[in-house]
Design a protein around this ligand. Structure first.
Ligand SMILES: NC(=O)c1ccc[n+]([C@@H]2O[C@H](COP(=O)([O-])OP(=O)(O)OC[C@H]3O[C@@H](n4cnc5c(N)ncnc54)[C@H](OP(=O)(O)O)[C@@H]3O)[C@@H](O)[C@H]2O)c1
Length: 340
């Protein structure tokens, strides 16, 4: 059986082995839980060991049956699997994170989750599938104390052994600067948007300097993301001329160039796929079909191709009076309405 190469992270002082590529499980409103679960099973049989789940993806209960089968049928031992889940924004309140984690554990049929993320750094809730222009009147800017109250609950999950490690997602440098000094348990990983058209060089380097491993979501540029998340300015990573040229030189799909770039750069891509998960794993396995690495010149070409083009803008999390979606990402280096 094939096996993705792994790397060793430091998890509150202890070693934590993690594959260098995983499988995303967000069906983007287009793929049913059963279709996603079938891909999870096929991917596990093919050699994937890292699976990125979340309560808001609405499919953990169906995927959980697959995880039970994977272990019971001897496809993988439980301790070989790295399974993530995430608390959704409407469950940040006191005691709610424990409830949310317990629900995910039950649905996923697990005794512990390997990485438990705070999905977004604020409790701004929107109904699943709502329009990008809709605003929840209860939405508010990031507030350090509010986030830390949420993180303290996540630290307790770690203390109780319900989460083997904990992580943050959709953070910025100003927000990390505000919260990291207060964390008793540091995040082992951070999950952020990363692809050749959105490389987030500064945030990436910042996380590495703090010993936090970046995991890259939308590594292929999420071509099947919900229509409401698309805007005319969006640039597709797989259509960047540099990526296309390199793909032609290797005789592979541009999506595979994006994944090779991610792994060779050092972050962990979690591509979603129901059709191409085999070639996605092969492309980062030296010796497998299409597994030859990018040259340093090709890596340099892709580095220059960055368009700083964020695809997951988060419009629906904006509060009344916010300028536009850039306010969510502290683009002028400051947290809007920041309170100490
Ligand atoms: N933390 C967060 O806030 C957050 C946000 C967004 C996403 N995520 C996570 O990141 C995962 C990945 O992001 P994503 O699903 O939005 O986008 P993505 O992985 O960039 O793109 C997935 C799409 O690419 C296609 N694809 C995959 N491999 C391909 C290949 N070799 N050739 C051609 N097409 C290929 C897939 O189609 P096929 O199925 O046909 O292969 C699928 O439609 C999600 O599933 C989720 O787990 C997390």
């Amino acid at each position: 059986m094939k096996k993705a190469p792994t790397k060793i992270l430091k998890n509150n002082g202890k070693d934590f082995e993690i594959p260098c590529i995983g499988l995303g499980t967000f069906g983007s409103d287009k793929f049913s839980p059963e279709q996603v679960a079938n891909a999870v099973k096929g991917a596990a049989i093919y050699g994937y060991r890292l699976f990125d789940c979340a309560s808001v993806y609405g499919n953990e209960d169906v995927i959980g049956k697959v995880f039970a089968d994977v272990v019971n049928e001897g496809i993988a031992k439980r301790e070989e699997l790295v399974i993530t889940s995430k608390v959704w924004n409407d469950m940040h309140g006191r005691g709610d994170i424990l409830l949310s984690c317990a629900k995910s554990l039950k649905d996923l049929r697990l005794d512990y989750i390997d990485i438990y993320f705070v999905h977004w750094p604020f409790p701004n809730y929107h109904a699943p599938g709502c329009d990008a222009d809709s605003r929840n009147p209860d939405s508010r800017p990031f507030f350090t104390d509010e986030f830390m109250a949420c993180w303290r609950q996540t630290e307790r999950l770690y203390d109780m052994g319900l989460a083997r490690s904990i992580g943050m997602s959709n953070m910025t440098i100003p927000k990390l600067e505000a919260v990291l000094p207060q964390c008793r348990i540091k995040p082992m990983v951070i999950e952020i948007e990363l692809h050749p058209a959105f490389q987030q060089e500064e945030l990436y380097n910042y996380c590495i300097s703090k010993g936090i491993q970046p995991i890259g979501y939308c590594p292929i540029g999420s071509p099947n993301r919900p229509e409401r998340d698309k805007t005319p300015e969006d640039i597709a990573a797989t259509e960047l001329p540099e990526v296309v040229e390199i793909a032609n030189a290797h005789n592979i799909h541009p999506a595979l160039v994006c994944l090779k770039w991610a792994v060779q750069r050092g972050h962990i891509p979690i591509p979603f796929s129901v059709n191409n998960y085999k070639s996605n794993l092969d492309c980062v396995l030296p010796g497998a079909p299409g597994g030859d690495p990018l040259t340093s010149e090709e890596m340099a070409e892709i580095k220059k191709a960055d368009k700083k083009c964020r695809l997951v803008k988060g419009h629906v999390f904006l509060w009344e009076g916010a300028s536009d979606w850039r306010a969510l990402w502290d683009e002028n280096g400051k947290i809007p309405g920041w309170k100490e």
